[in-house]
Design a protein around this ligand. Structure first.
Ligand SMILES: Cc1cc2nc3c(=O)[nH]c(=O)nc-3n(C[C@H](O)[C@H](O)[C@H](O)COP(=O)(O)OP(=O)(O)OC[C@H]3O[C@@H](n4cnc5c(N)ncnc54)[C@H](O)[C@@H]3O)c2cc1C
Length: 279
């Protein structure tokens, strides 16, 4: 289908984008366009105004910020996959970015668009939830920082207001922690039927801390606290995987039933935990 008519403006700064978003009742930002344009073409979204931030290269960066990496919202998936700072300090993010879609999607899609879209099948929001990332938002009232776990509110719903721009993602460096992200797809390049992010800190035979988050197992990324608490030693991977779906509320759709997803999450979590522990 052809999109419904809309006006189009190019924003050259975050402040200008915030102002333009406030100029109409139903204005939307356009970043890489790889989630929004399909919605426009299906007429599931009919904004009166598109505010294009795709040329704002000053939001496309990765910086070492001491104990964190600071990543600009316009940083593309392909940049995340290949950036040396991301590979060194948050390798789970570069690994996961490389699993998104196909090369065209990874060269156009941005981390900010992926987060702001709030699709429960997206991979990066799950990883950011497991990593306890902070999301920096600029709106008419100034700047605020929202923890990833509070940012995602429901299917396509986030903490962003109608005039807010997500500007930066701050991620604690992983140090020596073991990590992985695994996802199951029915066809190559599909969204995840289920995905599991795991980060494990261990000292010899003891697990000091674990973070586990799930993709497409509820309306938002799901933090699997029961499984995290069950992982005390490397031998607990299977036991922890058995309770990984405890806090989830998976959908039933053409990719699988809720029960199938619960089973798949258990299988993937066991693989993910064994891999993260062995790293
Ligand atoms: C064929 C295909 C396969 C895909 N496969 C996967 C996959 O396997 N895994 C996966 O995770 N994703 C997948 N995607 C989605 C892809 O990662 C998108 O690029 C991403 O979800 C959206 O990023 P974007 O920059 O294209 O955002 P856009 O489409 O431009 O915007 C998406 C939404 O976010 C808003 N927005 C964008 N930037 C900001 C910002 N800085 N501040 C506030 N709001 C903002 C827009 O207004 C819009 O509502 C796929 C997409 C396609 C087309």
């Amino acid at each position: 289908m052809i999109p419904a008519p809309f006006d189009y403006e190019v924003a050259e700064s975050v402040d200008q984008a915030v102002e333009l978003l406030g100029s109409r009742d139903d204005a939307k930002l356009l970043a890489g366009g790889h989630s929004l344009i399909p919605l426009l073409r299906l007429r599931f979204a009919r904004p009166a105004l598109l505010v294009d931030i795709g040329r704002m290269d000053d939001l496309r960066y990765v910086r070492d910020a001491g104990e964190q990496l600071a990543i600009g919202a316009m940083t593309r998936h392909n940049d995340l996959q290949h950036n040396p700072l991301v590979q060194e300090h948050t390798p789970i993010l570069s690994h996961t970015a490389g699993l998104i879609g196909d090369p065209q999607v990874r060269h156009r899609g941005t981390i900010g668009g992926s987060v702001a879209h709030g699709d429960p099948a997206s991979d990066l929001p799950t990883v950011l939830t497991a990593l306890d990332a902070d999301l920096v938002v600029r709106g008419p009232g100034g700047e605020r920082t929202v923890p990833a776990e509070e940012f995602f509110r429901g299917v396509f719903e986030t903490a962003l207001g109608p005039q807010d721009v997500l500007t930066e993602i701050r991620i604690p460096k992983l140090g020596a922690a073991g990590w992985t992200y695994v996802k199951f797809t029915r066809r190559a390049q599909d969204w995840a039927t289920v995905g599991v992010a795991a980060v494990v800190r261990r000292t010899n035979g003891t697990i000091d801390a674990a973070a586990i988050a799930l993709t497409n197992m509820g309306p938002t990324p799901v933090r699997a606290r029961a499984a995290e608490g069950a992982l005390k030693t490397p031998d607990d991977a299977a036991g922890a995987a058995n309770v990984v779906a405890q806090e989830s509320d998976p959908p039933t759709d053409t990719s699988g039933s809720a029960d199938y997803r619960r089973h798949l999450a258990t299988v993937l979590a066991r693989r993910a935990l064994e891999e993260a522990i062995s790293r």
